[in-house]
Design a protein around this ligand. Structure first.
Ligand code: BJW
Length: 254
């Protein structure tokens, strides 16, 4: 059992009565499962910043190093499970008439927790893309037998099917995320530092379209001053508490 969150009644009423909601998550939601965040204390890898590793320049400069980083992350993620925050977000799909889960995370944990069709803005760590043919394939080998891995069709090196810095996001993915933010009555922003664009702009987009924006984070972020409600704490505790409160107010079994 968690604690009762302090939420002003007028805001809670909107959260409870909304029919259409969406959530945008970042690395913080997976932190309690054991996935390191990007910009926290353990955000560096071999003294390199994520920006140096997650870019085409970094990859072309040293594909083996970048693949080593992804192999380490894949091997870590393969061993871990979703946490209560992921499960609470999956449950939100049964609470609201429409609920879209948008994530910047590439770890696939939302789908594992039961979110039906997460909008993965930055791709998925279990997908590779051939550098020559552009073929996208699922590859769950962890650790990889060969680094860098090769395309089974043409033997060319593959890259992680992930959006790196300076790369355009997939148009359809961006459209889905934008529509979900625009049409939401409540927009939850969970466990993200809200510094990476265009994901960081979705909260503002939702707010300009009269959505109530609720941020859940351990710390304040650049958007905290402009959100309607800031719930400070670990998402694995805050989200189940919030879900319980919403369900109680709606008369659902909890
Ligand atoms: C907890 C918690 C707990 C911890 N409970 N909370 C406009 C202005 C300026 C720059 C740009 C701009 N538009 C585009 C750019 C450039 C760039 C960008 O945004 N740069 C900024 C850094 C300034 N964006 C891009 O390049 C994007 N492409 C693009 O826009 O194309 C068009 C274009 C190109 C060039 C110029 C202009 C336009 C692509 C961005 C791709 C990001 N890719 C990455 C890495 C690849 C994925 C991978 O390998 O995994 O995605 S970067 C990295 O950051 C990763 C993440 O998805 C992303 C966001 O990080 P996130 O999730 O917020 O994690 P953290 O670590 O930062 O924060 C964790 C948070 O959780 C913290 O707040 C903690 O407090 C909290 N927390 N534990 C709750 N238990």
């Amino acid at each position: 059992m968690g604690t009762q969150l302090e939420i002003p009644p007028s805001i809670f009423e909107k959260i409870v009565n909304a029919k259409v909601a969406a959530a945008m998550t970042g690395a913080g939601v997976s932190a309690e499962s054991g996935v390191p965040t990007f910009r926290g204390e353990n955000g560096l890898w071999r003294n390199r910043r994520p920006e140096e590793l997650a870019s085409m320049e970094g990859f072309l400069d040293d594909p083996r190093l970048v693949w080593d980083w992804y192999d380490w992350r894949r091997t870590t993620i393969a061993e871990i499970n979703p946490n209560d925050g992921h499960y609470a977000l999956a449950e939100m799909e049964t609470v609201y008439d429409e609920f879209t889960l948008i994530t910047q995370n590439v770890d696939g944990l939302h789908a594992l927790a039961g979110s039906r069709d997460p909008v993965e803005m930055h791709g998925n760590i279990w997908h590779t893309r051939c550098m020559k043919e552009g073929t996208i394939m699922e590859n769950r080998e962890a650790p990889l037998k060969r680094i860098p891995p090769l395309c089974p069709n043409c033997n060319t090196m593959v890259r992680p099917h992930i959006i790196w810095f300076g790369e355009e996001l997939d148009t359809d993915v961006l459209k889905r995320a934008g529509e979900a933010a625009r049409s939401s009555e409540v927009f939850f922003v969970v466990g993200t530092s809200s510094v990476v664009q265009p994901a960081a702009s979705l909260a503002g987009l939702a707010q300009r379209n009269n959505s109530l924006v609720v941020e859940v984070n351990l710390e304040r972020t650049p958007i905290t001053d402009s959100v309607d409600l800031f719930l400070q704490g670990p998402s694995g505790v805050v989200l189940p508490d919030l879900l319980r409160m919403i369900c109680r107010a709606r008369g659902f079994d909890v």
